[in-house]
Write a protein that binds this ligand. Structure first.
Ligand code: SAM
Length: 273
């Protein structure tokens, strides 16, 4: 009981930091050059887009419903997957991020220009970059919902958001380690995610390695659980996933732009048995 109370307080303390999350600043810190430089294969964003592209195209992960957990204000993580699923569901804990996503999906407006991202993913798919508008239209047409989510809740989504059997595939990027107070809470959050996925479905998990904080606005420093590869593998296994692939990206010195202390990025492809 005492342990549970301590856990609840620690989770609430992390949630309190998120009151200061500024989508515009977060996008500027992480989704502009040098971290999103499409002329460089050693830039973080092209590396992530390539991992996602390969999973959906070469490994033929496809189905009816793709769910992105903890989307934040970003869309890059579903730009490959949207071609392989009938429905894409986005989600975030914060209304400010859900509104930011809605602006692009429903109103066609956004504070952020996703065009170079769409163009790059079109090129990965062997299409001309000028097909980006076709991809943008596809993404807008398959996103059916943007739900609130809390990965610390055993039922992270509102009731009846998903079919009882669960989604066919889950994507989650930089969410669990940056909303969990410690490694056991990270592992429990993975178990909660598993409840959203059908048996045999895939999880594509992207996250930070060796990171202890990130900036979510000029004065908002959010604590992060510093993970290593072994911890990612053991948390996936403890939450019942079969790990199929783990790829690691190490940051080059010029990617360290003072907005966090991340050392690397992992991409894990796992399956719920
Ligand atoms: N997925 C995006 C990306 O790849 O950049 C955003 C990652 S951002 C570091 C972490 C996200 O987790 C934020 O959008 C935040 O609102 C969301 N978040 C905070 N608390 C959460 C919770 N308890 N459950 C789910 N998501 C949460």
């Amino acid at each position: 009981m005492e342990r549970e109370n301590r856990r609840e307080k620690a989770v609430a303390a992390v949630a309190a930091f998120y009151r200061g999350f500024d989508p515009k600043e977060y996008l500027k810190y992480n989704y502009t050059p040098p971290r999103a430089d499409f002329s460089r294969s050693d830039s973080i964003v092209p590396w992530k887009l390539n991992c996602l592209h390969k999973a959906f195209n070469e490994d033929a992960i496809k189905g009816d419903i793709l769910v992105d957990v903890g989307s934040g204000p970003t869309l890059y993580q579903v730009m490959s997957g949207c071609e392989h699923f009938n429905r894409v569901i986005l989600s975030d804990f914060l209304e400010v991020n859900r509104n930011e996503l809605n602006k692009w999906i429903k109103d066609g407006e956004s504070n952020f220009d996703w065009t170079p991202y769409l163009q790059h993913v079109c090129e990965l798919e062997g299409r001309s970059s000028s097909a980006w508008q076709v991809k943008a239209a596809r993404l807008r047409s398959v996103v059916t919902d943007i739900f609130p989510v809390n990965v610390h809740d055993p039922n992270p989504f509102p009731p009846r958001s998903l079919p009882a059997s669960g989604a066919d595939c889950l994507v989650s990027s930089f969410c669990l380690e940056s909303v969990s107070p410690d490694i056991s809470s990270f592992t429990d959050a993975l178990c909660n995610l598993s409840s959203l996925l059908r048996n045999g479905g895939h999880l594509l998990l992207i996250g930070a390695l060796g990171e202890s904080f990130y900036m979510a606005a000029p004065d908002v420093r959010i604590p992060v659980v510093p993970l290593d590869e072994a911890q990612v593998c053991s948390s996936l296994s403890a939450s019942g996933f079969d790990l199929l692939q783990l790829s690691v990206y190490r940051l080059t010195p010029d990617m360290l732009v003072g907005v966090d202390d991340v050392k690397g990025v992992f991409f894990a492809k796992a399956r719920k048995p």
